[in-house]
Design a protein around this ligand. Structure first.
Ligand SMILES: NC(=O)c1ccc[n+]([C@@H]2O[C@H](COP(=O)([O-])OP(=O)(O)OC[C@H]3O[C@@H](n4cnc5c(N)ncnc54)[C@H](OP(=O)(O)O)[C@@H]3O)[C@@H](O)[C@H]2O)c1
Length: 472
């Protein structure tokens, strides 16, 4: 008998928590996983949480599909990439026109576009759904970014709304456009997340090496900052991570964790997307690059032996400077991420609702913050301009950029790596410089390639009379 309101395939961390969330909201859900043992483990967890009655476990794919009410909605929550395509092919013989797949992993948005078109041709609906918030979010309320056909969105909206995070009673879920729009926005969310995390880590580096602070002392500062304009999930958890103690040794846990962080998937894609769209996103690119450098531990050890460790010495910055520098860096990073989305929206005909995106990131996701509430209000009033030109943020930036300058200068003098913060500052200084230096680049390009340049007042396609440098 078909009793399930929806089905879900992929019972790893995200899928199992999402399934429990759906069951908790009163829906009956059929569940399936390639490896059957995971289904058994999931049933035990569901029983422990009193939700077993709303779970229909099915190790057989045909049985799983048969358990879902028509028209069927099937969530796929498996490893991104080829496993998603494989899963779609396995599902297709069992689905009927009018059924829908909701792919909720971290997929590359162009893959989602392709799958959307492929399944549209078979009259199967396809939603590419970005889900943020990790394990905790999936279980108790993630931020949900939906792309695909509007009709499918209307069908899925009640369940997705029920399971989403809420901010002041507003559901953190929205339909963002056709095809890969939802996965694109999730990708940029993750790029911004990289930026936030990297800038926090850089400030921690200044506290540790430039101010001689212990992890516990730094933890207290982050806890205090969480009461102010930086209030956010990432600042909050930073306070907890820095305070944690390794039980066997009694030492601060953070000092024992290997300083290598990977970057793949959405982080790298966000930087690549920015480049492909021709939108500068230097803070996000810096954050991705910083992770790559971190992962080259052996090379860093060798280079330190060649150049010597930094000389030490106290950084000439206060904690108040660091707080405001972090705020300024964050404003620039978000301005860049939103500019990337605005351009992608124009190029793909998506009409991405920037104010709504800021709204659905206010709760449930990793970058949730008080700041996003201000941003959504600013974008709702604004006209899609770069955040650095929106009045409320102009005032914040005018107040905070001198501190960012001071911290980056201290980094340069004191030999602290501040890839992301310095990239944010250089972007800001480039962005607000009416007379730049690309005039020289245009001259160089014309010199070696006759590319031409524009002379103000005389028009484009002008050339210089350059001396020959051949044979010199
Ligand atoms: N973890 C997070 O915090 C997080 C947050 C947001 C989004 N995401 C995204 O959500 C998705 C799921 O993440 P996850 O961490 O829960 O799981 P995961 O480790 O990315 O994937 C494991 C799941 O994929 C299944 N799978 C792998 N290859 C398969 C194949 N060829 N055919 C069928 N099933 C296959 C596994 O089945 P078996 O049990 O049979 O191996 C298992 O259910 C990913 O796209 C991930 O990037 C993760």
């Amino acid at each position: 008998m078909s009793s399930a309101d929806i089905g879900l395939i992929g019972l790893a961390v995200m899928g199992s928590n999402l399934a429990l969330n759906i069951a908790e909201k009163g829906y009956t859900i059929a569940v399936h996983n390639r490896t059957a043992a995971r289904i058994d483990e999931f049933v035990v967890t569901a029983r422990e949480q009193g939700l077993e009655g709303r779970i229909v476990p099915e190790a057989d794919l045909a049985g799983f599909i048969g358990a879902i009410k028509r028209p069927r909605s099937v969530i796929i929550m498996v490893k991104a990439g080829k496993p998603v395509d494989d899963m779609i092919e396995l599902l297709l013989p069992h689905l009927d026109p009018g059924d829908a797949i909701l792919e909720c992993g971290n997929s590359l948005y162009t893959d989602t576009d392709r799958r959307f078109a492929y399944l549209h041709g078979k009259a199967i609906g396809y939603l590419g759904v970005g889900v943020s918030g990790g394990e905790e979010g999936a279980r108790h309320g993630p931020s949900i970014m939906v792309g695909g056909s509007k009709q499918q969105w209307h069908n899925a909206e009640p369940i997705l709304t029920a399971i989403s995070a809420k901010f002041n009673g507003e559901a953190c879920v929205a339909y963002l456009g056709e095809g890969g729009a939802g996965h694109f926005v999730k990708t940029i969310h993750n790029g911004i997340e990289y930026g936030d995390m990297q800038m926090i880590a850089e400030v921690y580096g200044v506290m540790r090496d430039g101010l001689g602070m212990s992890p516990l002392a730094a933890s207290e500062v982050f806890k205090e900052w969480n009461k102010g304009p930086l209030n956010s999930y990432l600042i909050e958890i930073t306070g907890h991570v820095l305070a944690a103690v390794d039980e066997p040794t009694g030492r601060p846990l953070v000092e024992l964790i290997l300083d290598k962080a990977g970057q793949k998937g959405t982080g790298a894609w966000s930087a690549v997307a920015a480049q492909q769209l021709g939108v500068p996103a230097t803070a996000i690119e810096g954050a991705v690059a910083a992770r790559s450098i971190s992962s080259r531990k052996n090379e860093r050890v060798a280079a330190e032996a060649v150049y010597g460790a930094r000389k030490g010495g106290k950084a000439d910055v206060s904690l108040a400077d660091l707080e405001r520098a972090l705020l300024a860096g964050k404003i620039v990073s978000y301005a860049q991420g939103f500019a990337v989305m605005a351009q992608a929206s124009r190029d793909n005909g998506w009409e991405l609702p920037l104010a709504t995106i800021a709204k659905i990131w206010r709760a449930g996701c990793i970058i949730r913050s008080r700041f996003l509430d201000q941003m959504s209000a600013a974008y709702a009033k604004g006209d899609g301009r770069n955040l650095l030109l929106v009045p409320d943020f102009v005032a914040l930036m005018k107040d905070a950029h001198p501190a960012l300058r001071k911290v980056v200068a201290a980094g340069a003098v004191g030999e602290f790596p501040l890839i992301c913060l310095s990239a944010a500052l250089s972007y800001f200084d480039s962005y607000r410089q009416a007379q730049g230096t690309a005039n020289l680049i245009q001259g160089q390009r014309d010199f070696f390639g006759a590319h031409g340049f524009e002379i103000v007042g005389r028009g484009p396609d002008q050339h210089g009379k350059w001396p020959s440098t051949l044979g010199k």
